[in-house]
Design a protein around this ligand. Structure first.
Ligand SMILES: C[S@@+](CC[C@H](N)C(=O)[O-])C[C@H]1O[C@@H](n2cnc3c(N)ncnc32)[C@H](O)[C@@H]1O
Length: 295
């Protein structure tokens, strides 16, 4: 069970903004505005009793529910697609594994580039959508830790926005190395650990309406690197697409209520927009890796 108290999030955002002021990014007016806002939040009786108890939901159950709406607007896509596609455009056509392919976002982009694509995912419901979207690809139900793919079967592995759901990177990255031919390429995108730490973790409502969060593990930059180096994968490129460094000159007016739980933490951030924009300025959203297996 996760205890999600709106005040915990709001004071956390204020704290990050204040820390950035303490290290010289903002002036005294900003600091005193934040301190006044903290007092107002602490005195806001409507927030005191607004905590929500949230279930931890596993990926298979979470994506069974999220599959219905996954292809709707998703702010993370703008922070991985341009870089991932730029890397893919420079690679030769061949046999590709789209690991944790979901509804086939990258399976379709890979098939359009002429690759022979196998998509693997542990969610039957996400795979059903991928089959409809990319009829020419092959799809297999399976887990990232035991990929249903033979040794050296593919020239390229793509794994987008999925590794935050696994607790340990090592067994998964070792699987990627196993299925790659020598000299093959691995392209990973994932939520950046800084975003995961700020609560950017997917939520779902269970069948009984209970709130639930999917697994959101925070892998540090060095965690990917160590796991890859240990199995003979060499880094070729690492990018951390980020929010604009300068927040807009005018912040929107603060909202006065936390909004529905489904929209947390974004609707909470709207209660403290100046602090939230300052806390996020220049912060990375995703991390993207290009590795190559030793020949
Ligand atoms: C955020 S979606 C990403 C889907 C797709 N790669 C994309 O970028 O749109 C994460 C996907 O990872 C899958 N997934 C999570 N844990 C997995 C595991 N251990 N093995 C296989 N698939 C997994 C989920 O079922 C889901 O389809």
């Amino acid at each position: 069970m996760i205890y999600e108290h709106p005040l915990a999030y709001l004071l956390g955002v204020e704290g990050i903004a204040l820390m950035r002021a303490f290290t010289g990014e903002h002036d005294s007016e900003f600091v005193h505005a934040r301190l006044a806002e903290v007092r107002r939040l602490l005195d806001d009786g409507s927030l005191a009793g607004a905590a929500v108890e949230v279930d931890r939901v596993d990926s298979v159950e979470g994506y069974r529910i999220w599959s219905r709406t996954y292809d709707g607007p998703n702010g993370a896509f703008a922070f991985d697609e341009p870089v991932v596609k730029e890397i893919l455009d420079a690679l030769p056509v061949g046999a590709v594994l789209d690991a944790a392919c979901g509804t086939g976002r990258f399976t379709s982009a890979l098939a359009a580039r002429g690759h022979r694509v196998v998509g693997v995912d542990s969610s039957p419901e996400m795979l059903a959508r991928a089959r409809d979207r990319v009829p020419g690809a092959e799809f297999r139900l399976g887990d990232l830790t035991r990929l249903p793919v033979a040794d050296g079967e593919v020239d390229l592995v793509v794994c987008a926005l999925a590794l935050t759901h696994v607790r340990e990177l090592e067994p998964v990255i070792a699987e990627f190395a196993r299925v790659l031919r020598p000299g093959g390429h691995l392209v990973i995108s994932d939520m950046h650990p800084e975003r995961v730490a700020r609560g950017s973790i997917p939520s779902v409502r269970g069948p009984d309406g209970r709130p639930g969060r999917l697994p959101g593990h925070r892998h540090l930059v060095g965690d990917y690197l160590r796991a890859a180096l240990a199995v003979g994968l060499r880094p070729r490129r690492c990018e951390e697409p980020r929010f604009p460094a300068e927040p807009p000159a005018e912040s929107p007016s603060p909202t006065t209520a936390p909004g529905p739980w489904e929209l947390w933490p974004w609707s909470l951030a709207e209660m403290v927009p100046e602090a939230a924009l300052a806390a996020d300025a220049g912060e990375p959203v995703t991390i993207i890796w290009h590795f190559q297996r030793e020949p």
